[in-house]
Design a protein around this ligand. Structure first.
Ligand SMILES: [Zn+2]
Ligand SMILES: [Zn+2]
Length: 179
């Protein structure tokens, strides 16, 4: 039996099940994640998602290990620009940011605050630290990679091989936020 973890938005309407361990648990330091978090955090009732150093914690899961259980009708996507290949998806029932998807990717980066703090998969890596303001001093508890480190790419590639090089489409229609 694989163990399944049930995650919900703040109000509990959205439920999503993830199977087994994640690909990686990371904090992204990139400018886009920071800009998007600043926008999404402004929404009424939204949780704070930026960490102490302006980093965004994500837990990366294979798309074929994610099951959408309930409440998906309120999901809406946000893009930093109309043709951006990356979208961030919010549960608008309570404005909880849910995941980041890179177009064509075989994984989703779920916002780590979907997990209760004690149950959150332990942080393994920070990526894109080159985007942080000069002088930011990060803790050295995990490797801090300048860009997307070799380990990050290898983990993603290993997952993709295990998936037979498939990138499943999300079984959900998601309209733009505030359309
Ligand atoms: Zn990022
Ligand atoms: Zn909700």
């Amino acid at each position: 039996m694989t163990d399944t973890t049930r995650l919900t938005c703040t109000c509990g309407q959205l439920a999503v099940d993830v199977e087994g361990p994640p690909i990686l648990s990371v904090e992204c330091c990139c400018t886009s994640c920071r800009a998007a978090a600043a926008i999404l955090e402004q929404r009424p009732g939204a949780p704070k998602i930026l960490g102490a150093h302006g980093t965004t914690p994500f837990v990366m899961y294979r798309k074929d290990r994610i099951r959408w259980a309930a409440g998906t009708a309120d999901l809406r996507e946000h893009r930093l620009s109309p043709d951006a290949p990356t979208r961030r998806v919010v549960a608008t029932c309570c404005n909880t940011p849910v995941f980041l998807e890179f177009a064509g990717g075989h994984w989703l980066s779920l916002y780590a605050h979907l997990w209760p703090t004690a149950a959150r998969p332990p942080l393994q890596l920070r990526t894109m630290t080159k985007d942080l303001p000069p002088g930011t001093s990060l803790p050295t508890d995990v490797p801090n990679a300048n860009t997307q480190s070799a380990r990050f790419m290898v983990k993603l590639l290993t997952a993709w091989i295990a998936m037979g090089f498939r990138a499943p489409k999300l079984p959900l229609p998601i309209a733009p936020l505030d359309a």
